[in-house]
Design a protein around this ligand. Structure first.
Ligand SMILES: [Zn+2]
Length: 406
């Protein structure tokens, strides 16, 4: 199939005007400004549309959208977490499944085609046959009360994925956080992730309460953990990153959500592990966190990408990465729109191990693209990031969805 558009943003370095894209099933086979149809080839004419790579959101909780505006900030992170825990019994598998469908639909409307989503309850997937975006289901594990069988969970999830060969789904592994997962569970998931080539993600350095807990200071977060919890590692006076280093808790290429609590001494370990930090500006703002330490990461060329987190702690119900980009630019005025574009395309693609399949529109890559109606005579990157209208079309793995306006 040949798609002929007004413009095509191949990457931040290259724009074609007009822009043409040839796809064969789920793969891009050709990109240029003057491709001609082959005999019998289907052609889609989009003269007023700009084609761009689909965006990649590396931190979301697709199951939790129904908690939007249900929780209040309270006085600390622990009180928010307590409210969240009290709401979980009402989140039936049906509610969670509906939330996944709504959230992926809204994310696709705003230009996202891939989401790394923390999956806390596998029952939420029952009856789900497809989603409008590609999803990496990050199997979340916690061992506060009982020890999950990680290999069994992974086997079950792998066979579930194989029963849905046409759904754009992948797997990942996620110990929740150092305060809810023992070093042994972290190490086991690290090993499984390396053996099976699965992305590994965890919450790290999110709140001051977490830092205090790992530093051996009394904090409200401790009261949420079982009173008889045997975790001598929590009394070792570590920072979140030094806890990971001390306990060999991370594999290579970990995707670390938040990274708000970081000190310069943590950087060599993160650099050595080739870590990627996921900053979620709307959630950061919602929790009224101290400024995000962007320059600390930049000083060591540690990649920072943008995510949305869940609407339970954010104003961003639609998981719209444009909202995150605009908030981020407001708090970090030195960052350019082109850098932000890389933070939602090429950098997260590399973090997922998909640097050669996602993030840019090039021959051989997956046909994951978005069609935007933005002025053709302007810089498409700034125009798209500033836009508020839904995308006109999205394509995931060669499957095109036209977003109709009613
Ligand atoms: Zn999260």
């Amino acid at each position: 199939m040949l798609i002929c558009a007004g413009a095509l943003l191949e990457s931040t370095e290259k724009i074609h005007r007009p822009g043409c894209l040839r796809i064969n099933r789920e793969i891009i086979t050709e990109v240029g400004s003057a491709l001609t149809p082959q005999a019998g080839e289907e052609v889609l004419h989009l003269p007023e549309i700009t084609l761009a790579p689909g965006w990649i959101n590396l931190h979301a909780h697709l199951e939790l959208a129904s908690l939007h505006k249900k929780l209040t900030l309270g006085k600390d992170f622990a009180s928010w977490l307590e409210q969240l825990l009290s709401q979980l019994p009402a989140l039936t598998p049906e509610v969670r499944r509906q939330s996944i469908l709504n959230s992926t639909h809204l994310a696709a409307l705003s230009g996202t085609t891939s989401i790394l989503s923390i999956l806390s309850q596998r029952a939420a997937l029952a009856g789900l046959t497809s989603t409008q975006t590609r999803v990496w289901w990050a199997l979340e594990m916690i061992d506060l009360h009982e020890k999950p069988s990680a290999t069994e969970l992974l086997d079950q999830a792998t066979s579930w994925i194989s029963r849905h060969p046409n759904a754009p789904w992948h797997l990942a592994l996620s110990p929740h956080a150092p305060y809810t997962c023992s070093p042994a569970l972290f190490r086991q998931l690290s090993l499984l992730s390396a053996q099976n080539h699965l992305p590994f993600t965890t919450h790290l350095g999110e709140s001051t309460e977490e830092s205090e807990l790992l530093a051996g200071v009394d904090t409200p977060l401790r009261k949420l953990l079982p009173a008889d919890l045997k975790r001598p590692d929590l009394a070792e006076k570590n920072s979140p990153v030094s806890w990971c280093c001390q306990h060999d808790a991370l594999p290579a290429n970990p995707i670390l959500a938040h990274g708000n609590e970081i000190s310069p001494t943590d950087l060599p370990f993160l650099k050595e592990k080739n870590a990627t930090i996921v900053h979620c500006p709307a959630s950061h703002h919602w929790f009224q966190r101290k400024p995000f330490p962007l320059t600390t990461f930049q000083s060591q060329q540690i990649p920072v990408v943008l995510g949305t987190d869940s609407p339970a702690s954010s104003s961003n119900l639609g998981l719209d990465l444009r909202q995150e980009a605009r908030l981020f630019q407001k708090s970090q005025p030195a960052v350019t729109p082109h850098q932000i574009w890389q933070m939602i395309t090429t950098l997260p693609a590399q973090a997922l191990g998909q640097g050669k399949t996602l993030g840019a529109l090039l021959p051989g890559r997956w046909a994951d693209w978005v069609g935007w109606r933005v002025p053709l005579d302007q810089d498409p990157i700034s125009a798209i990031l500033q836009s508020i209208e839904p995308a006109e079309l999205t394509c995931v793995g060669g499957k095109i969805t036209q977003h109709e306006k009613i």
